[in-house]
Design a protein around this ligand. Structure first.
Ligand code: F6R
Length: 608
């Protein structure tokens, strides 16, 4: 969703801002704008098209003179995508320029008050109240005006602000919306995510809620929510810009699919000592684990699907009730959680609004919260009692692949670790499981080598308008993800069904030629799945089965079959999902869809 960049230094700002905005394009946006400041005032340029349009109209930024600036990509919430609604917004005198992420919940009452005082609004946005408030509270002190303004705001915001009277200063502040400060000896940067600034500096500071940062070319001072100067730690980003570039692939999605073996390896290997799992980074221990009588896993979209895998695995190894819940449901259903509940929150971005709200709800109830997050320093990571990072590196494609698989990899580690702590599974069996988990990256590589087979399969199916994915237990969990992958990037309707549930209504949709993908990697229930295959075949379905090598019975009953390498049933999801990611990719490609930025979707869903 919306993205912010800001720069103050000794070099021209515009080119840097435009580059930063391009790095944020993946988040999804419908309009964009930049403002560059100098002793001669502001120059503002906006577009309702791509960043490239801004680059063209400003000659790659050369027409905008100044070494301080802010930029924004907007994903419309209040007011349609339009030139006037695009950021930056200014006050009536053009003294302040503001870009904003988040939602100002009390903007209607603030706008009413400002209109009564004679202010004229030019946009339909919630954001525009901010520059007008700044003008109202400005008596020559930029910082004071910002402090007084944010004190009036309710809701969520990350703000970058320029003041015409103070052309060497950039002020940034945040509350419930991400904002990262990048520091260097002769320039300071801000961005809503690291990808926009890692090209310039790897030293970053994660701002806390309520922080206000005042930056010049060679200084930065952070004030906390009480207005006191504070030292926030500076962290070093461990990856470089190549990780956020396509690296020879046509799309980020294909690059990220191929990165999965490495991403999983990076996520698990650093936590395996000898033959055991060790989580040095969390406070959770055996004593605390013993106090829990249930686990709730809460997330959205694919992260929720990873949670469903986690539910089956943790229940099997820990014999403790586990619920997997959709965050937007959990947050409003007065969940039954208390100090005896462990709530596992899963989020690649760490910024998903519903997931963050669910986490806060769980904390209010007294539950212990452990988050599984990819983006270091994100809001969810910060707000949780404990965090386990998936070391997947930046994920740029909107449709998650390595984000999802590394979440599952961590859930396996967690289950193996907790089962050992609690003694709920045989130690030898846990050793074997861990050893098998370590073979998964190499097995994924073997599937990736068969991408051409999947490409051919996709070619034959591009005309399909609706299809089904069926499975049981862990196969059903993967079916949900396979169906979502196809829907979101190829716009083809599909449904994931628990195979045993078809006959309770939905089987009426099975007719001659209907494509049904049967997921049958979970060997304990392979014979049950075989009955479901026969059931849909006898009604005319075309069945394509994905199963473990050696499952000859399924091959006999199916129209087509794709084999994944053999593994323990518990780890099937990590292998079984790969062919479906590749398949979805090629169906979208053959249908001419925008694979990395599917319509209507944003990478990081920071609004409800
Ligand atoms: C689908 C996808 C989404 C996300 C969901 C949660 O490919 O990426 O369904 O999984 O929006 O996002 P995070 O994990 O960032 O909380």
């Amino acid at each position: 969703m919306c993205g912010i960049v800001g720069f103050v230094g000794k070099k021209p700002a515009a080119g840097l801002l435009l580059d930063g905005l391009e790095k944020l394009e993946y988040r999804g946006y419908d309009s964009a704008g930049i403002c560059v400041g100098s002793n001669n005032g502001f120059q503002i340029e906006k577009t309702t098209e791509r960043i490239q349009t801004l680059k063209n109209s400003t000659h790659n930024g050369e027409y905008l003179v100044g070494s301080v600036g802010i930029g924004h990509t907007r994903w419309a919430t209040h007011g349609a995508p339009s030139y006037y609604n695009a950021h930056p917004h200014t006050d009536m005198d053009g003294r302040f320029a503001v870009v904003h992420n988040g939602i100002i919940e009390n903007y209607l009452s603030l706008a009413k008050e400002l209109k009564r005082e004679g202010v004229t609004f030019v946009s339909e946005t919630d954001t525009e109240v901010i520059p007008h408030l700044l003008a109202k509270y400005y008596h020559g002190d930029f910082l004071e005006a910002v402090q007084k303004t944010v004190a009036r705001l309710e809701g969520s915001y990350a703000l970058a602000i320029l003041c015409r009277d103070d052309p060497d200063t950039l002020i940034a502040t945040r509350r419930f919306s991400p904002l990262i400060l990048g520091v260097s000896s002769d320039a300071n940067y801000i961005a809503s995510d690291v990808t926009a600034l890692v090209n310039h500096t790897k030293d970053v500071l994660y701002m806390e809620d309520g922080d206000i940062a005042v930056m010049t070319a060679d200084s930065h001072t952070v004030y906390d929510k009480l207005g006191q100067p504070v030292e926030r730690p500076i962290s070093r980003v461990t990856w470089d810009i190549a990780a956020a570039e396509k690296g020879g692939y046509d799309h980020f999605m294909m690059k990220e699919i191929n990165e999965q073996p490495k991403a999983i390896e990076q996520t698990i290997e650093c936590r395996i000592k000898e033959r055991h799992v060790e989580f040095d980074e969390i406070a959770l221990d055996r004593k605390k684990l013993e106090q829990f009588n249930k686990i709730q896993i809460v997330a959205c979209g694919s992260a929720y699907h990873a949670g469903v895998v986690g539910k089956y695995v943790i229940e099997e190894l820990l014999r403790i009730p586990v619920e997997a819940d959709i965050a937007s449901e959990y947050r409003y259903r007065d969940p039954l959680a208390d100090e005896h509940t462990l709530v596992i929150i899963i989020s690649q971005s760490g910024e998903t609004a519903d997931t963050l709200a669910a986490l806060q709800e769980a904390k209010r109830k007294g539950a212990y919260t452990l988050s599984i997050v990819n983006v270091v320093g994100s809001s969810i990571a910060k707000a949780s009692d404990d965090v386990l990072y998936t070391w997947a590196g930046p994920e740029i494609a909107v449709a998650t692949t390595k984000g999802y698989s590394t979440q599952i990899a961590l859930l396996y580690l967690f289950a193996i670790w907790a089962a050992r702590q609690l003694g709920t599974a045989d130690r030898h069996e846990l050793h074997q499981l861990l050893a098998e988990l370590r073979t998964i990256p190499e097995k994924i590589d073997r599937i990736l080598d068969q991408a051409d087979t999947l490409k051919e399969m996709a070619k034959r199916l591009t005309r399909t308008d609706s299809l089904f994915f069926i499975g049981r237990n862990l196969d059903y969990a993967v079916a949900m993800e396979a169906s979502l992958k196809l829907k979101e990037i190829s716009y083809i309707h599909s449904e994931a069904y628990a195979a045993g549930e078809l006959k309770h209504g939905t089987i009426s949709l099975i007719e001659k030629g209907r494509v049904v993908f049967a997921l049958s990697g979970y060997e304990k229930l392979a014979d049950k799945l075989l009955s479901n295959i026969k059931e849909v075949k006898s009604r005319g379905a075309t069945v394509i089965t994905v199963t473990q090598e050696g499952n000859m019975l399924a091959a006999k009953e199916s129209d087509d079959i794709f084999y994944i390498p053999r593994t323990h049933s518990l780890f099937v999801p990590l292998l079984e999902v790969i062919p479906f990611q590749i398949y979805a990719y090629y169906v979208a490609l053959f249908n001419g869809c925008d694979i990395d930025k599917p319509r209507n979707l944003a990478k990081s869903v920071t609004v409800e």
